[in-house]
Design a protein. Structure first.
Lengths: 359, 251
């Protein structure tokens, strides 16, 4: 049975994580996502899972590492500065091959920044904000239903690749209300079933007839670490093929192509209509996965396109990937706001027209 | 003929990589013997720290994972949520536990987390080559306190057992030393007691081992043992700081 409900973003995210089978949540309050730990505090224990308010985001991500290495399906959430504190842990999770679902309801930075929506966590999310060669898989929904669907799918992806998956939802999505269909409740895994389902986890060696498991990220021999990182990257190469996702609209004959994710993608759709009214045909590439970035989407950009424009609530962070995707075939420009400002669709239209006039 | 000594199955049949005279080997063995004698090797999940004993999983014959520097108590907290029935422990040095990981250990103890922490206090950072630890003694030289620890500049050495014992969530706290056979025997009793109390899930259990680091102390193994007796024990008194009796009465 599926229910259609009107829910606030953060509560929908939390409810979906529970329905996705994430039985373990560790969190620390931070705006604009504090409703998530609050929701988990009310719901998770009575539905058979465990909620804990951690002493910090460092604590939270490491609790997730322990619970995940022990075979639990883990969900953690925070917002930008809290995610920054989790980066050491994410590097560990990736190196040790521990799956987890991570939600970043991002705000603006740098530093403590501001509590308004921002997309300046793009680098932090896609470049590996911690040390070493690794990637977290990052998906960026632009509406609540998509966020729900991605959060529901995330633990499956995390388990399949044994790597954390991050959902990057800006503060706008966390705070808005939209009607959604919630997915069915997946069963929470029982401790006794873990060894069969995840044979690599640390559950006590008696579960494997005395065969010991060690979850580690230290490799003192260069050859061993090199082999391990190469193996991680074989996994990432597979993910690049299997997980790159995007939506492309109206590229054929488009004079200008916007590239935007999340909140700014919603905005661009309005702008495209406004431009259409003025006889300017515009298209949109909306990356759904930010890592792996859907570079192949740019192969669809046609001969009529005069400029590809990255529209961001950051200083051109995604534009770097757009440039890689465009690969010199078209001029690439930026329309941006930072500090928590969000442009109107009319402002984006005016800037787009100015860009076209300047080319 | 009945053997008078056998090597516990809890230790893998390999030589440890610790320096000559380092007591990590003794504390490893004590913990593993106690798990073995309790029949719990198959149920145990250990968390190794960052420090010399990050490699402890190469020697301890139980399921283990490596934690980031100082975060072992948070990691163990997560494991406990998934496995209410297993034996869980962290094994941490003084830099790991009392400096970078102070927040994690205090909050885990205060929550009354039902795992056991084995705290290896050698009064120095071993792995990184002998820098000052929060537990380095007043006047003790290290590579970052070349003139000896100056309490006016960096404060007094921290007594972690006393600090932990002051928290209601901690139910068993004992400090032991590894400098003499008698102290080693007492240390083993402390570990056995802590693990037994863990079984009852009464709260947080903590055993501090006064340990040696001959390499970074610049002492011979024999003189390092003397240093424990003459310098460490007077500042870090041995004994039981907390037992669950009071808590059990309250229940
Ligand atoms: C985040 C981080 N900071 C610093 C280090 C470097 N480091 C590794 S071990 C260590 C100190 C370990 O000392 P201690 O906990 O006393 O254990 P010992 O080596 O003496 O057994 C430090 C500072 C690190 N690995 N990670």
């Amino acid at each position: 049975m599926t229910d259609k409900v009107l829910m606030k973003g953060n509560e929908a995210f939390a409810e979906t994580a529970i329905r996705a089978g994430c039985g373990y949540y560790f969190g620390y309050p931070i705006t604009p996502q504090s409703e998530i730990p609050e929701y988990m505090a009310r719901e998770l224990d009575r539905r058979g899972g465990a909620f804990l308010q951690a002493e910090s985001e460092l604590g939270a991500v490491n609790m997730a590492y322990g619970a995940g290495a022990a075979g639990g399906s883990v969900f953690i959430s925070s917002s930008s500065p809290g995610i920054a504190l989790m980066q050491e842990g994410l590097s560990f999770l990736c190196c040790a091959g521990v799956p987890a679902t991570v939600l970043n309801v991002s705000r603006c930075g740098p530093g403590i920044g501001g509590i308004q929506p921002g997309q300046a966590d793009y680098f932090q999310a896609t470049r590996g904000g911690g040390n070493g060669d690794y990637h977290v898989f990052v998906f960026a929904p632009d509406r609540l239903q998509e966020a729900v669907d991605l959060i529901y799918e995330a633990p499956l992806i995390a388990d399949r690749y044994r790597n954390p998956v991050m959902i990057l939802a800006d503060g706008m999505l966390g705070q808005m209300m939209e009607p959604i269909v919630l997915p069915e409740q997946r069963p929470l895994i029982k401790p006794a079933d873990i060894p069969a389902y995840k044979p690599w986890t640390v559950t006590g060696k008696a579960d494997r007839g005395g065969k010991r498991n060690v979850v580690q990220s230290l490799y003192m021999q260069p050859e061993d670490l090199s082999r391990h990182v190469e193996e991680m990257y074989a996994n990432y190469t597979r993910a690049e093929k299997e997980l790159a996702r995007y939506e492309a609209d109206g590229l054929e004959g488009a004079e200008i192509v916007f590239v935007a994710f999340g909140t700014t993608a919603r905005l661009c759709r309005e702008t495209i209509e406004l431009l259409g009214d003025r006889g300017v045909k515009a298209g949109l590439i909306r990356p759904v996965s930010l890592w792996p970035f859907p570079y192949r989407a740019f192969d669809e950009v046609g001969p009529d396109t005069k400029a590809v424009v990255s529209v961001e609530l950051s200083m051109g962070q995604m534009m770097e990937d757009v440039k890689i995707g465009v690969n010199g075939r078209k001029p690439v420009r930026l329309i941006h706001r930072v500090g928590g400002l969000v442009p109107t669709s009319v402002e984006v239209m005016d800037e787009a027209i100015a860009i076209l006039e300047g080319i | 003929m009945k053997p008078i000594f056998t090597i516990t199955e809890g230790m893998l049949p390999v030589s440890t990589s610790y320096c000559p005279g380092c007591t990590h080997g003794i504390s490893h063995r004590i913990v593993m013997e106690c798990l073995d004698e309790a029949g719990k090797l198959g149920e145990a999940i250990g968390v190794a720290p960052i420090g010399c004993s990050v490699v402890s999983h190469q020697f301890m014959n139980v399921d283990m994972l490596e934690s980031a520097h100082g975060r072992a108590p948070a990691v163990a907290t997560g494991i406990r949520r998934v496995h209410p029935d297993k034996v869980i422990f962290t094994y941490q040095g003084d830099g790991d536990l009392a400096s970078i990981g102070m927040s994690e250990i205090i909050h885990a103890a205060n929550r009354g987390e039902t795992f056991t922490t084995f705290f290896i206090n050698n009064a120095i950072y071993g792995m990184t080559g002998g820098q000052m630890a929060p537990t380095t003694l007043v006047g003790q030289k290290s590579t970052t306190s070349p003139d000896g620890r100056d309490p006016g500049a960096v404060g007094m050495p921290m007594r972690m057992s006393e600090l932990i014992a002051s928290l209601d969530g901690a139910v068993y706290v004992e400090r032991v030393a590894l400098d003499t056979p008698a102290h080693v025997r007492q240390a083993k009793k402390a570990v056995a007691a802590a693990l037994e109390i863990q079984e009852k899930r009464l709260g947080f259990t903590f055993v501090e081992f006064l340990s040696t680091c001959p390499t970074n102390w610049g002492l011979t193994p024999a003189n390092a043992l003397k240093f424990v007796e003459e310098k460490l024990i007077p500042y870090y008194p041995l004994g039981v700081f907390k037992t669950p009796e009071r808590k059990e009465e309250a229940v």
